[in-house]
Design a protein around this ligand. Structure first.
Ligand code: CA
Length: 253
C-alpha cells in the first residue's frame, strides 16, 4: 500500500492524537491549591471523559478562564490571595463568562456559607470531604442543565441566531446564507462561544474523524464564514488566535 488509509493519516503523531481526543470533550477547569486534590480530581474527571485544565489560585484561574473558556469551573472556596467567592463574582461579572457554570468546593458546611456561595453566583456547592464520584455526578448534572444544546431549537451569541430546526441563520435580524460546512462550523462555534479551537479540533468536530482534509481547508471555510456573517461596518465575530486557531468572540470595547 502506497498511502495509509485516509482515516489514519491525520491522526499520526502524539499531537494529532491528543487533538483528536480533546475535540469534543467538555473542558472542566479545576481551581484548587492542594496539589494532591488536584491530581485526584484530574484523574477522576479524565476517567469520566472530561478534558481538565487546572489553576492553583484565583488569579491563575481568572487568566485561564480568559484564555480558554471552560465548560464548567470547579472552584475551591479557600484559595491563597483571591478567594473562590471573589473568583466566582468576577466570572459572573464578565459577559463572556457569565454563563459558565461554577461548582464551589469548600470545607465549610454551614447553611450561611452555602447561601453566600450560591449568592456569589455558584450553581452548586460540594462540601469537603466529598467522594470524587459524587463531584463528577454533580458536574454532569450541572452541565446537563446548563447546556441542553442538542435539544435546543436555537443558538444565540452576539446578535447571531441559528435556528437549528429550520436551518436558518440571522445576524441582527438579517438573514445569512451559509454553505453546509460553514453552517456546521458556525454551529460548533455557537455551542462553545469564546473557546479557542485549533484547526485540527475544528476538522474533527466539523468534518469528522474519518475524513482527510488539509488543516488549511479550515482557513478557507473560516474566510467564507466571515464573509457571510460580517456585513459592512459590523465587528468581526471570529477571532484568529495566532498559532492557536479560531474562536467565536466579540471584543468588549
Ligand atoms: Ca484550598
Amino acid at each position: 500500500m502506497l498511502h495509509p488509509p485516509p482515516s489514519k493519516r491525520r491522526s499520526e503523531g502524539a499531537a494529532g492524537a491528543a487533538a483528536d481526543r480533546a475535540a469534543l470533550k467538555p473542558l472542566v477547569l479545576v481551581v484548587e491549591d492542594e496539589p494532591a486534590l488536584v491530581t485526584l480530581l484530574r484523574y477522576n474527571f479524565e476517567a469520566a471523559g472530561y478534558e481538565v485544565a487546572t489553576a492553583l489560585d484565583g488569579d491563575e484561574a481568572l487568566t485561564a478562564i480568559a484564555e480558554r473558556r471552560p465548560d464548567l469551573v470547579v472552584l475551591d472556596w479557600m484559595l491563597p490571595s483571591t478567594s473562590g467567592l471573589e473568583v466566582c463574582r468576577q466570572i459572573r461579572r464578565k459577559a463572556e463568562t457569565r454563563d459558565v457554570p461554577v461548582i464551589m468546593l469548600t470545607a465549610r458546611g454551614e447553611e450561611a456559607d452555602r447561601v453566600r456561595g450560591l449568592d456569589s453566583g455558584a450553581d452548586d456547592y460540594v462540601t469537603k470531604p466529598f467522594s470524587p464520584a459524587e463531584l463528577v455526578a454533580r458536574v454532569r448534572a450541572v452541565l446537563r442543565r446548563a447546556r441542553p444544546s442538542t435539544a435546543e431549537e436555537a443558538l444565540d451569541y452576539a446578535g447571531i441566531r441559528m435556528d437549528l430546526a429550520a436551518h436558518r441563520v440571522a445576524r441582527n435580524g438579517r438573514a445569512i446564507h451559509l454553505g453546509p460546512t460553514e453552517f456546521r462550523l458556525l454551529r460548533h462555534f455557537l455551542e462553545h462561544p469564546g473557546r479557542v479551537f485549533a484547526r485540527e479540533q475544528l476538522l474533527d468536530a466539523v468534518w469528522g474523524h474519518d475524513v482527510y482534509v488539509e488543516p488549511r481547508t479550515v482557513d478557507v471555510h473560516i474566510r467564507r464564514l466571515r464573509k457571510a456573517i460580517n456585513a459592512e461596518g459590523e465587528p468581526d465575530v471570529i477571532r484568529t488566535v495566532r498559532s492557536a486557531g479560531y474562536a467565536l468572540d466579540v471584543d468588549e470595547a
